[in-house]
Design a protein around this ligand. Sequence first.
Ligand SMILES: Nc1ncnc2c1ncn2[C@@H]1O[C@H](COP(=O)(O)OP(=O)(O)OP(=O)(O)O)[C@@H](O)[C@H]1O
Ligand SMILES: [Zn+2]
Ligand SMILES: [Zn+2]
Length: 844
Amino acid sequence: MHKMAKVIVDVPSRETDRPFDYLIPESMSGWIEVGSRVGVPFGRRTVQGFVVSLHDQLEMDSSRMKPIDELLDLLPPLPSDLVQLAAWMSRKYACSMISALQAMIPSALKGKAERYIHVADEHQREEERTSEGVLFNSQALLGEAEREIVAYINHSGSVTMAHLSARYPDRIEVIKNLLGQGILFESQAIKDRVRKKTVKTVAAAVSGEAAKEALASFGGKARRQREVLEFLLEVGAPLSMKEVLSTLRVTAGTVKSLADKGYATIEDVEVFRDPYQDRHFKATKPLERTPEQEDVYRYLTETLDDHRHGVFLLHGVTGSGKTEVYLQTIERCISLGRQAIVLVPEISLTPQMVERFKGRFGSKVAVMHSRLSTGERYDEWRKIREGRVQVAIGARSAVFAPFADLGLIVMDEEHETSYKQEETPKYHARDVAVERARQHGAAVILGSATPSLESYHAARSQSNDHFAPMILEMNQRPSGSRLPGVHIIDMREELREGNRSMFSRALHQGIAQRIERGEQTVLFLNRRGYSTFVMCRTCGYVAGCPECDISLTYHQKSDNLRCHYCGYATPAPSVCPECQSEHIRYFGTGTQRVEGELSKLFPGIRVIRMDVDTTSEKGAHERLLQAFRDKKGDVLLGTQMVAKGLDFPDVTLVGVIAADTALNFPDFRSAEKTFQLLTQVAGRAGRHQLPGEVYIQTYMPEHYSIIHSSRHDYHSFVREELQHRRTLHYPPYSRLILVTLSHEQLPVLLRMAENFASELRGRAQRLGWYGDLDRLTPEALDILGPVASPLPRIKNRYRFQCMVKYRGDLDAVTLVRETSAATMDQLRDASLQISIDVDPQMLM
Ligand SMILES: Nc1ncnc2c1ncn2[C@@H]1O[C@H](COP(=O)(O)OP(=O)(O)OP(=O)(O)O)[C@@H](O)[C@H]1O
Ligand SMILES: [Zn+2]
Ligand SMILES: [Zn+2]
């Protein structure tokens, strides 16, 4: 018998980031498990928590311990392997246990304490004893208003304070009075944000002889009840109340009378909200594998069949049939009685993608993405937890899908930076996927046409401490179509020849040709570097956020300026606030400018524009793509959104307006990102019968990322890029930890940041770790900074950062975590915040 549980409580602070001990009441002892969600008293509140371990022995005197208040679910929301995974995340990413646990459950289960009102026991008993409408012995002292309230609560069992005050808005004083006298009392309990959805069902409660007797017993007056019973007997299965009422045109009262006589039962049955219930997915069958696919498939299924843990890096050129391999491997996994998770970047979780999985696996698939309502997401999650589906497809957080016997995790486009969560817990879904697969003895497929340097290097050198995948390659397209021809266009040359347009002559001609032939063009604009600020052409004033040191972005739809970091918004000015000049220009979003230019150059051209502005409405993304597929557009123009996963037969031209905008970004990964993006975009052309062409416009035509991507030459790019990384000691030749300190006052922050950095250096020195990465030792650690962050002020808080760069088997995360805790303890400044980002993707 378990007597005590250790519970992680939902109180986000450094001091509470440890398990607390609670007694397990006898009534719960058979039900509580590791991973159970409970309501526990904490200080003077009731808070939600998760059980992380169970114990038969008490560690202290039971009189000093409090019991668990309530058990919130019959089936624990977290299987115990996820609780272990949370502990792993907390160590690896220096995050609190509660933040890791919360990341694993749907937001519907982030319950908050609610105040409930009850009638005190002794007053309830009094009612039972007399049962003549006399409520309790002290009733003589109560007025009618009081009696009514007490009777109401007694009738409902308990009600929330919010409910009560809404029902009796003018009797708050009366309620307070009853509470003061102890006739009513208050308790707290956790209330979920979303309820399970139920429908009322009706079924016959009699059969055989009893049914005949029942039918005979109805006189002429109860003719309707008789009809209902006949109908229920005929169907022989529970029906929804709605259906009974509409088919027989009877009232709910009729059905209820039937139930009151004991001839029928009415029940609330749980149902699942299904976001795809109105959609029909055309069923597909596995395609016959190409020889390349066959090789890959064999490796994968051997691992699956042996129930082994294995990580595979599937490097396949665009259109080489990676998705088909995923589908067939998943099928094998399911046939072995295990489950599979498919991770895709949020941006490519398009209806097309969902269709491919639903088409193959039908109702075995749960889909989890951010455009679902909280209730829908909760229900998709429950299908997974209750074992009703075998496949989960979703963005980053789907890596936590609570399957019992996970056999396979697929991560498509594994190089995508969106797999790293930028908020706490700052985890990378790739590392979490590998760890989960290790727990389950499962296989992992990391798929990409342009694998990240981290994964590729780990596979080649087999030196990564966390994972060392096996590389599987696919270089052919099953359709037999060739990779498109890519032309690099030097925009400096265009300018020299007198072309000031944003379109080169070649791209211009290419678009004209496609319009003529009735083929389609995809135009891609890298949004990074094209942000839309407002500038005064007279004095050079740029509108900036008053709280964050960055320029505001113009939004045409709402005609206002917004800060992308803090949400600050202000109407767009018509005159310059500095010099009163009217020459203040809004540079519309990059895509809007291109659209304008296109219609000037090609009168009558049909442009479908896809960017943040045109896809913010629900379903807009889907509508635009469908319109393009139906050939209602000559050109699909967009940002990152058009780069991924799209497959249109008539697209024969892809144009990249400015390839190098990302190259100027102060980020050591900018060459890698540019290469990946160009390769992805180019992969959209000529995927079917018609051959494709790609034009890449650039001001840096000699840059290696552009040259190699134009030749579809991943390996040469990687070779060159790895050399740079090695020289500068960047990942994968080192690991990084970014520590950001923020505070409202700049001078205070400066002092604290210095303080932190020197404490960190001192500790590293004492461990003998600190030094220069240029020294040829297998282990080394260096600390850069503190310096002002690239975004030096956000939401009125100043920001300074330190970068820890290290290699070898050092536990630098613990070092940073302990130093940060020590600094907080020592400085005791409520305004100071220290955030730790392990393996950062964004260096802002
Ligand atoms: N074995 C096969 N036989 C015939 N056609 C195939 C086969 N495998 C895949 N295809 C087809 O080839 C095309 C590309 O396949 P798929 O989308 O799976 O490639 P991918 O590598 O995932 O592409 P991307 O890199 O663009 O995501 C699709 O139209 C698909 O139906
Ligand atoms: Zn001005
Ligand atoms: Zn701001």
